[in-house]
Unconditional design. Sequence first.
Length: 278
Amino acid sequence: MAVQDAQADTTESGWLTRFVESAAFRNFITGLILVNAAMLGLETYDLPANVQAVLAVADRVVIGVFVVELILKLIAWRVRFFRSGWNWFDLIVVTLSLMPAAGPFTVLRALRVLRLFRLFSVVPEMRKVVEALMKAIPGMGAIMMVLGLIFYVSAVMASKLFSGTHPEFFDDLGASAFTLFQIMTLESWSMGVARPVIAEHPMAWLFFVGFIVLTSFAVLNLFIAVIVDSLQSKHFAEEDAREKAAHDERAEMLAEVKAMREEMTELRRALSSDKPSS
């Protein structure tokens, strides 16, 4: 009796696992997230009270569906559910959505929009991009250290050189760093910052051009290089995994064909030995 119950439980779990992993279920959740995104966008407008009430009810329904989704996955995958970082991400986002958006938790009302990030875990293509970005973080951290050192040295130099004539830009370390960040992004750096400084310090163009070449054209492009390398590495790893799976499948098929040939050979020998001699 216990064996039958276990078999029935395994069958039910297998059906539920196929359901939550099916493309139809994934597409339904994806569509619901997109609908929820439109609803959250509409809430930013000054809408009539009846429309706001409908959106509030619809938002609760969407959260309810997300909760049911997580429960189904917990039942289907059990312990395996907690082995995936994406499942933890979904659980945290949905839990934040369930927190009351009143009193000390008012700020959580703005965090409801974070549930749209669940598209990262639902859409495989987006998930690959995020995983590649996460893999690139160590390399990006080293680049950030290099960029931070360049910023610190440049901010101190700029404060020493230009604070006397342009304190609004380079009065102290913080002001200089913020101004240099504006220059690095190439936002109004020439007319807004560089030219007024060069008017007082004719050789200041050497500092600004050198800083832009080092940061905007060199170090920042290293970020792109690291991310592209991470994406390519993930792509090649997936290709290698698919090739290995295909190779293993071919090897298994060859082994089965070889076994069939051996069986046919033994069968022929058995038939030959069973024939009466003339």
